[in-house]
Ligand binder design. Structure first.
Ligand code: GLN
Length: 385
C-alpha cells in the first residue's frame, strides 16, 4: 500500500505507541521475562471459565442491554454497599464497560468540552491525557512528591479555577503503587465543595492493597460520591485483563450523561462474560482473597531482591513494584529499560513516560502479578545486575 498523500492534521501529534505495547513487544522479541505490561501470567479460575462456557452454550450470545446485564448490576450494587456502605441504584447508577480504559474515555468524552481543564496527577496512567486532548480539554498536571508519590493538596488548590471541570484520581496508584489515605479524600472533598468540579476516580486496583490498609473509595465519602464517577475492573479482580470488562458507578444524572457517550463508543459489552461474572462475583471469597494473594507475591519479590543494587520503593497497592536504579547507572530510564530487556532478559516500564515534563527519577516499574516460577527467574536476573 503506498503512503497516503492526504494532508492530515494529527489530533495527537505527540502520542506514539503506548509504552505497554512497546515494552511487551520488545520482551517478546528478546525472549525476556516480561514484568513490564501489567497482567497476570497465571491462569484464571476454572470455575469462571466454565461459567462462561456454560453461558456461551446456553445461547447467551446476542447484545446485552446497553448499560449491562441487570443481574450483574444488582450484584455490583450489593458489593459496593457491603464494601463502601453506599447504595447505587442498579438501573440508573451502574454501567458495565469494555474495561477501565473505555470507562475512563467515555467519562471524559461525556463531560469534557473545548477548553475545559482536567487536573491529573503525574506520574499519570497513560490513557488520561489523550482522552482529555481528543475531547478538546486541557490537562493540568500536578506532580506527586517523590519518593512517596503523595499529593500536595495546596498545589492542587493553586491550579483550580473556573475552567476546572474534572479532577482524576487513581488509588491504588498505577504506576507507583502508592495509595490515597482518608485525609487525601477529605482534602479532595474540601477543595471541591461548592464547585461543579467532577471527580473521576480510577479504582481498578481496589482489592490489591496491602498491610491491612483500607481502600479509600470515593464511594465511602458521600459528599465526593455526589460528584464522582468511580471506575472498577473485572480484569484486575479476576485475573482476566484480556476480557476487557469493568464498570462505572455514579449518581443517576451523571450516569445518564456517561451512558450517552458509552452507547456510541461500544454500545454494550460481551454478554456471556457478564452472565459469568454475575454468578462468580456472588461468592465474595473470589475477591476477598486478593490482598493476601498479591501481598505474598509482593513480599516474596521484595525480600528476594532486597540485597540487589536496586533500591525498593514503598508498595502499598497494585501489582507494581518500583525500583530505583540511581546507584547503578546514570542512564535515562527509557534507555536502561530497553538495555535490561535486550541484554539481561528482563522487561520493565520506565516511569518517566508518565510525566508531561522531563522527570527521570531513575525508577523502573516491575509487575509482580506472576507465577512464583516467573518471579524466581526475574529475581535471579535482578540480583545479578
Ligand atoms: N494497565 C496495564 C499496565 O499498567 C496496561 C494496560 C495496557 O496495556 N494498556 O501495565
Amino acid at each position: 500500500m503506498p503512503h497516503s498523500n492526504l494532508n492530515i492534521t494529527p489530533k495527537l501529534p505527540k502520542t506514539g505507541l503506548s509504552i505497554f505495547s512497546v515494552m511487551s513487544k520488545l520482551a517478546m522479541e528478546n525472549n525476556a521475562i516480561n514484568l513490564s505490561q501489567g497482567f497476570p501470567d497465571f491462569d484464571v479460575s476454572p470455575e469462571l471459565t466454565e461459567l462462561v462456557y456454560k453461558h456461551l452454550k446456553d445461547g447467551k450470545n446476542q447484545y446485552a442491554p446497553m448499560p449491562g446485564l441487570p443481574i450483574l448490576r444488582e450484584v455490583i450494587s450489593d458489593k459496593i454497599f457491603k464494601n463502601y456502605a453506599l447504595k447505587y441504584n442498579p438501573d440508573t447508577e451502574i454501567t458495565i464497560t469494555a474495561g477501565g480504559t473505555e470507562a475512563i474515555y467515555a467519562a471524559i468524552a461525556a463531560f469534557i468540552k473545548e477548553g475545559d481543564e482536567v487536573v491529573i496527577f503525574t506520574p499519570a496512567y497513560d490513557c488520561y491525557e489523550p482522552a482529555i486532548l481528543l475531547n478538546g480539554g486541557k490537562p493540568v498536571y500536578v506532580q506527586m512528591q517523590y519518593p512517596e508519590y503523595s499529593i500536595d493538596w495546596q498545589q492542587v488548590r493553586k491550579v483550580l479555577n473556573r475552567k476546572t471541570k474534572m479532577i482524576i484520581i487513581n488509588t491504588p496508584h498505577n504506576p507507583t503503587g502508592s495509595v490515597l489515605k482518608k485525609n487525601d479524600l477529605k482534602e479532595l472533598e474540601r477543595i471541591t465543595a461548592n464547585t461543579d468540579i467532577l471527580v473521576l476516580s480510577d479504582e481498578v486496583y481496589e482489592h490489591i492493597i496491602f498491610d491491612k490498609q483500607e481502600h479509600q473509595s470515593v464511594c465511602k465519602f458521600p459528599l465526593l460520591a455526589e460528584r464522582a464517577l468511580a471506575v472498577f475492573s473485572f480484569g484486575k479482580m479476576f485475573h482476566v485483563t484480556g476480557w476487557k470488562t469493568g464498570y462505572v458507578v455514579a449518581p443517576s444524572n451523571l450516569m445518564n450523561e456517561f451512558r450517552k457517550a458509552h452507547q456510541y463508543i461500544v454500545f454494550s459489552v460481551n454478554t456471556p462474560l457478564q452472565y459469568a461474572f454475575a454468578e462468580y462475583m456472588q461468592n465474595e471469597s473470589n475477591y476477598r482473597m486478593l490482598p493476601d494473594f498479591y501481598q505474598q507475591k509482593r513480599d516474596f519479590f521484595r525480600s528476594a531482591i532486597k540485597d540487589s543494587r536496586f533500591k525498593l520503593l514503598p508498595c502499598t497497592g497494585t501489582y507494581f513494584q518500583l525500583l530505583s536504579y540511581a546507584d547503578i547507572t546514570d542512564e535515562k530510564d527509557t534507555d536502561f529499560a530497553i538495555r535490561l530487556t535486550k541484554q539481561k532478559g528482563i522487561a520493565s516500564i520506565p516511569v518517566s513516560v508518565f510525566y508531561n515534563n522531563p522527570t527521570d527519577n531513575k525508577v523502573l516499574r516491575f509487575c509482580f502479578a506472576k507465577k512464583n516460577e516467573t518471579l524466581e527467574k526475574a529475581v535471579q536476573i535482578i540480583n545479578n545486575i
